[in-house]
Design a protein around this ligand. Sequence first.
Ligand code: 2HA
Ligand code: ZN
Length: 269
Amino acid sequence: MKDILSAPFLIEMVRTTTNMYAHGWDERNGGNISLLLDEAEVSEYLAMQPLRTLETGFTAPELDGKIFLVTGTGKYFKNVQYAPEVNLGIVRLIENGTKAELLWGYSDGGKFTSEFPAHMMSHVARLGVDPENRVVMHCHPANLLAMTYVHDLDEKAFTRTLWQMCTECLVVFPDGVNVLPWMLCGTNEIGEATAKKMETARLVVWSQHGIYGAGKDLDETFGLIETAEKAAEIYLKIAHLPLVNTITDEQMHLLEQRFGVKGREGYLA
Ligand code: 2HA
Ligand code: ZN
């Protein structure tokens, strides 16, 4: 059996949480990540014997038997690098997703993130659109969060503003950014609402809270959030100044052609 701490998926998770903390996106216990793992790969490192069984509080038959590496509830991204086995866990969903067998981690008796419903329901939604999806990532980037206090929360308006803030945005998230109003976090309700929004975009803003991103690997998902957050930063730098120039819809169409992407239907003139 190989050492789990040498597994590429674990190393990448440690690096990603560390980097997200360094970006200021995950103060205290803020943020959470889930990464869908390949059973054959995990079996190189683990005996696959359940250590404990945890209740999930929801049903997700589509995920039965699926294995995830997930950040722990109440744990700090800052600390993941120093004690991965305390701050992370590997779980296998069983019994229609109503239970999760702990295969590794949460070694202080802990469990998965309080946002586990939003993560698992979002995986179901994204896998329905893109079978390659592996990652759901949540964090609290300051500029996107600030933007939800001063910008119209209409999804088309919010998306168009972000697209106009950097040339790369349309290329990186052509499906745009979906937006949820403020909702109570940690519940199945916000999980279901997030998953519904994930059917049409890989980014979902939680107003006055943070953002969810989804993608095929940790790097790509990090980059997705990073790009949207950069755009929000530019917006906050210019929002109070007279707007003299912008990226026009005509120029957006040139980007679509050049990079072979298509902006969300109806979002560009
Ligand atoms: O657990 O970010 O939304 C930390 C959070 C909850
Ligand atoms: Zn949060």
